[in-house]
Design a protein around this ligand. Structure first.
Ligand SMILES: [Zn+2]
Length: 413
């Protein structure tokens, strides 16, 4: 199995000439991406690299002065973005009220999946950026410990800072891929992709299965077969989120141009801070449990957060984004540490008694955060209970069940 990661590095000691070459190139490249995006939009969402190349190559060279490889990269970047949006659209189907009601008087909703034709305008590339291909457009110079990057004004060699970069230079393990150049608050950065080939994970040989329930009160409640429960409190996160929310509300009320700018800055800062939280938390989990672990998480696509009423709520977006990011981080860190993440259906994980298997919604008291089984009397904190059930599904996966899940009928005997 191949695992790719993104290495981030800041570029250092950049002279004026290099900075101006970078700026010219990222702006031109960004404009080229928008030019390609317009073409894709006007041509029935054509996403075939060779066809786009044939249609656009000369314009990309003449109008934007892109070199051959850069033109290819720009097309690739646009295709990748459209494909991502396509996946996102299909995952958020269009729902509408049919105007009919069922026997209980509830409205009947209908839904169908969306495609790229739902876009009203071409995807817009706002951020100046540049994608470079390894070997052709960028390389690492071992003699001077520099990166050599291609620009519209030729090659530029630059110093860079990246903690632990040495480990990626071992060619028997890591292979570098493309490089993205970007500017942020007057500093230049590169995002480098690197891939490692890993032996396939053998689920049956996992030493432990850890169930992880993600939530707002506890960022992660973890349970393993030795019965240990670890809670990572979300209190600090909730407090900080509230602080950000208040700030946003104040700025939104102002509504001035500078308030809008600050609002955007704050949003970016909040995202960076949340990424740090997720990095620390996933690292702690990996270090704590060691190698040969199956981490079971509930599948986010079926998760509804009790406190989130509307999916349009910014808070909902933030929480689901943060949970998704947690999953991404944990997955690659687990893979790099001879472990794996499996996703199990969230259905009934907070309604099922882990002792006798009874599934009953009313056994859970939301206000007291307590689950009491009406059949066998088992009692547990409800966050812990969900992680126990998720862990149980993980053990089924270890024993060979490909899609472990709970079944209400089977539990109702
Ligand atoms: Zn029970």
């Amino acid at each position: 199995m191949d695992q790719s990661i993104t290495i981030k590095a800041q570029l250092l000691n950049i002279d004026g000439e290099t900075a101006s070459a970078f700026r010219d190139t990222v702006l031109m490249y960004r404009d080229a991406c928008n030019f390609i995006s317009q073409y894709v939009f006007d041509h029935d969402f054509e996403l075939h690299q060779a066809k786009l190349n044939k249609a656009l190559y000369h314009d990309l060279r003449d109008k934007f002065a892109l070199k051959s490889q850069m033109a290819q990269s720009a097309i690739k970047t646009v295709i990748a973005r459209y494909k991502t949006v396509k996946t996102q659209l299909s995952q958020k189907p269009y729902r509408y009220d049919t105007g009919k009601t069922d026997s209980k008087g509830h409205a009947i909703w209908s839904q169908f999946s969306r495609g790229l034709s739902w876009l009203w305008q071409p995807i817009f590339f706002k951020r100046p950026q540049l994608d470079l291909q390894r070997g052709r457009d960028w390389s690492y110079k071992a003699t001077t410990n520099q990166l050599s990057l291609n620009t519209l004004q030729g090659r530029k060699a630059v110093d860079f800072a990246c903690k632990g970069f040495d480990q990626y230079l071992d060619e028997s393990k890591w292979k570098f891929g493309s490089l993205k150049l970007l500017q942020f608050e007057n500093k230049w950065y590169v995002h480098l992709s690197a891939t490692i080939s890993l032996p396939d994970f053998q689920a049956s040989q996992a030493e432990h299965v850890v169930g992880i329930d993600r939530g707002l009160r506890f960022l992660a409640s973890c349970y393993d077969e030795q019965g240990k429960t670890l809670f990572y409190s979300g209190q600090k996160v909730l407090r900080k989120r509230r602080k950000y929310k208040k700030l946003r509300a104040q700025l939104q009320a102002k509504g001035t141009k500078s308030a809008k700018r600050r609002l955007k800055k704050i949003g970016q800062r909040e995202n960076r801070w949340m990424s740090d939280v997720n990095h620390c938390l996933t690292k702690t989990l990996i270090d704590h449990y060691g190698k040969n672990i199956i981490f079971a998480l509930e599948d986010l696509t079926d998760v509804r957060f009790a406190t989130e009423k509307s999916s349009k709520d910014r808070r909902y977006e933030m929480v689901s984004w943060a949970f998704y990011q947690f999953e991404q981080f944990l997955t690659y860190k687990a893979n790099l540490n001879s472990s794996a993440v499996v996703k199990v259906p969230a259905k009934y994980t907070s309604q099922r008694c882990p002792k006798c298997g009874r599934i009953r919604k009313e056994n859970r008291n939301h206000d007291l955060h307590l689950y009491v089984c009406d059949k066998c009397g088992y009692k547990s904190n409800d966050d812990r209970l969900a992680s126990m059930n998720i862990q149980f599904l993980g053990t089924l996966y270890r024993s060979g069940e490909e899609t472990p899940q709970f079944n209400k009928q089977a539990s109702a005997e």
